[in-house]
Design a protein around this ligand. Structure first.
Ligand code: GUN
Length: 291
């Protein structure tokens, strides 16, 4: 039987609807409008698309959006000064610095300058530590979106074998922490993992976050497993015409969908959930700041 397709777009719409309803109540009852500041340094085309989309969706759920676009040559000290200003601004509840930053700027220093309570990306070292020790943290948006879809699919994840393919700070590592917190048995596989196919094949849940187009084939998947594909890779698509491209995930969708029990598509799977979770995190940060 072919896999159930997990509709991330529809799920993200539901999440945004709940956030919007909560924002409306906050305004009505307490006169508070949650605010999200997004900082973009330089003109990376993919980052510009993401930032535009974040700003648009922030406004759509009734929050205040503050966009700060800085030139590529912005000195690190100027970016730090802006973050200090945003940290001190009571109308800003969430701060996101779009990555990657230009090479002359120290990413760790910048991320750790954000007030951890406003760190809606969950990248600040305090939030990383809080998550790893099972304490109340801001949780990175993409893994949070994946977890929400898995919980929706399975209810409890307790005792399931989960394999996370990829060990990035943004997705792989926090994903593993979240699955562990939900009592999965977690394996983190990566480019040096021996017999990675066999490792994946024993998983009830596979989360693919390696950034390699269609690397995970259907014969890596245990029949009936749930496959969450975080990858967004643009590859040439000569069948659509010369110079054309298409988006694919880290999983070979066609072969994996024949084996899996459920699978997220690319596009329309994890992607829409990431921004929905960013808005949910901004709301959480706002509520905690007014506790
Ligand atoms: N660049 C790619 N993904 C992300 C993300 O989740 N947050 C930030 N800040 N930058 C990114």
């Amino acid at each position: 039987m072919p896999a159930q397709i997990i509709d991330g777009k529809a799920f993200a719409e539901q999440v945004r609807g709940k956030v919007a309803a909560h924002v409306a109540r906050l305004k009505e009852v307490h006169g508070i409008t949650p605010g999200l500041a997004v900082v973009l340094v330089g003109e990376d085309p993919a980052s510009q698309v993401y930032v535009r989309s974040k700003g648009k969706q922030t406004i759509e759920v009734g929050m205040a959006s503050f966009e700060h676009k800085l030139p590529v040559e912005t000195p690190e000290a100027d970016l730090v000064a802006l973050l200090d200003k945003l940290n001190a601004d009571p109308s800003v509840h969430g701060i996101l610095v779009q990555l990657p930053l230009p090479s002359h700027i120290n990413e760790d220093l910048v991320i750790n300058r954000i007030d951890p309570a406003k760190d809606v990306d969950g990248f600040h070292i305090s939030n990383v530590g809080l998550l790893a020790t099972g304490q109340k943290a801001m949780v990175p948006c993409t893994p949070l979106g994946c977890l929400m879809m898995l919980r929706e699919q399975h209810g409890s994840l307790s005792g399931m074998n989960a394999v996370v393919v990829g060990r990035s700070n943004i997705v792989g590592k926090p994903m593993a922490q979240l699955l562990l917190r939900d009592s999965c048995t977690v394996t983190v596989a990566h480019s040096r993992t021996k017999d990675i196919q066999a490792v994946c094949r024993q998983a009830d849940i596979v989360v693919a976050a390696v950034g390699r187009p269609e690397m995970i084939d259907g014969d890596w998947i245990k029949p009936g497993a749930t496959v969450i594909d975080v990858g967004i890779n643009r590859i040439p698509a000569p069948e659509k015409g010369e110079g054309k491209t298409r988006l694919v995930g880290d999983v070979d969708f066609e072969s994996a969908a024949k084996v899996a029990g459920a699978i997220t598509p690319v596009p329309g799977g994890v992607g829409p959930m990431t921004i929905a979770c960013l808005l949910a995190n901004t709301l959480t940060a706002c509520c905690r700041s007014n506790d």
